[in-house]
Write a protein that binds this ligand. Structure first.
Ligand SMILES: C[S@@+](CC[C@H](N)C(=O)[O-])C[C@H]1O[C@@H](n2cnc3c(N)ncnc32)[C@H](O)[C@@H]1O
Length: 208
C-alpha cells in the first residue's frame, strides 16, 4: 500500500513538472524538436512599410491581375494583401518568424483574400523565385545584395521594388522619394527590372 502511494505521488509530481516545463521550452504540441532546432532568428526585425509607400511600390512595379507577387519577409502581409485587394493578383508572403506568419494569416482572413494570397513560414534565402513576376523587399542593403543570385533567376520583365534600400552592384531603373503623411518622414522606393543590370564595382562605389 505504502509503495503504491509513494509511486502515485511521484507520478503526480512528474505530470505537474511536464505541465510547467513544456511551455517554458516553447515546444508546441504540433512541432517536433527538429523543427524547433531548425528555426533561426530573422535577419532583420519587423518594421512595417507605411501604406502610402506600399501603394507606391505596387504602382512602380506596374502590378496587374496576371502577376504573381512575392513579398520576401512579409511581416504582417500588408503588401501582399494590398496587391490582391487592389489588383486582384495572386501573391505569396514569406516570413521566417512564426509570430509574423500568424499575424499575416489573420490579416489575409480579415481582408477576405485567402483565395489569392498564401503565407509561408520560410527562410527567403532558400526560395526559388523563378515563378514570381514581382518581388517586394523591405530588408537591408546587405540582404538585398545576398538575394542577387536568386533574383537573377527571375523571368525577363519581372520587377523588383525595395523600400528604402538599394542593391549595391545593380543599377535601378527608377528611384522615387515620397514623404509619408504620418510624421513627414522621407521614404525611397527603388525599382529594378529583370534581367538585372550589373554595374562594375568602381561604378557602384563612385555613384554612392
Ligand atoms: C522590415 S520587415 C518588412 C515587413 C513587410 N515586408 C513590410 O514591408 O511591411 C522585415 C521582415 O522580414 C522577416 N525576415 C527577416 N529575415 C528573414 C529571412 N531570412 N527569411 C524570411 N523572413 C525574414 C522579418 O521577420 C520581418 O517580418
Amino acid at each position: 500500500m505504502k509503495i503504491r502511494q509513494k509511486y502515485g505521488s511521484l507520478l503526480i509530481c512528474l505530470a505537474v513538472l511536464c505541465l510547467f516545463v513544456s511551455p517554458l521550452c516553447g515546444v508546441n504540441a504540433e512541432e517536433t524538436q527538429e523543427e524547433v532546432k531548425e528555426r533561426r532568428a530573422p535577419d532583420v526585425h519587423f518594421v512595417p512599410t507605411p501604406q502610402i509607400v506600399v501603394d507606391k511600390m505596387l504602382e512602380m512595379a506596374k502590378v496587374t491581375k496576371d502577376d504573381l507577387v512575392y513579398d520576401l519577409g512579409c511581416g504582417d502581409a500588408r503588401i501582399v494583401v494590398t496587391a490582391a485587394k487592389k489588383y486582384g493578383c495572386k501573391a505569396v508572403g514569406y516570413d521566417i518568424d512564426p509570430q509574423r506568419v500568424k499575424e499575416s494569416l489573420e490579416n489575409v482572413e480579415k481582408n477576405n483574400v485567402g483565395h489569392l494570397v498564401k503565407i509561408e513560414e520560410k527562410d527567403i534565402f532558400t526560395l526559388d523565385l523563378s515563378k514570381a513576376n514581382v518581388i517586394t523587399l523591405y530588408l537591408l542593403p546587405s540582404l538585398n545584395v545576398k538575394l542577387i543570385p536568386q533574383l537573377e533567376k527571375l523571368k525577363p520583365g519581372s520587377r523588383i521594388v525595395s523600400h528604402d534600400f538599394d542593391m549595391k552592384g545593380v543599377k535601378p531603373d527608377k528611384v522615387v522619394t515620397i514623404t509619408s503623411k504620418d510624421g513627414g518622414a522621407e521614404h525611397t522606393v527603388y525599382l529594378w527590372t529583370a534581367p538585372l543590370k550589373k554595374v562594375k564595382e568602381e561604378e557602384a562605389e563612385s555613384s554612392e
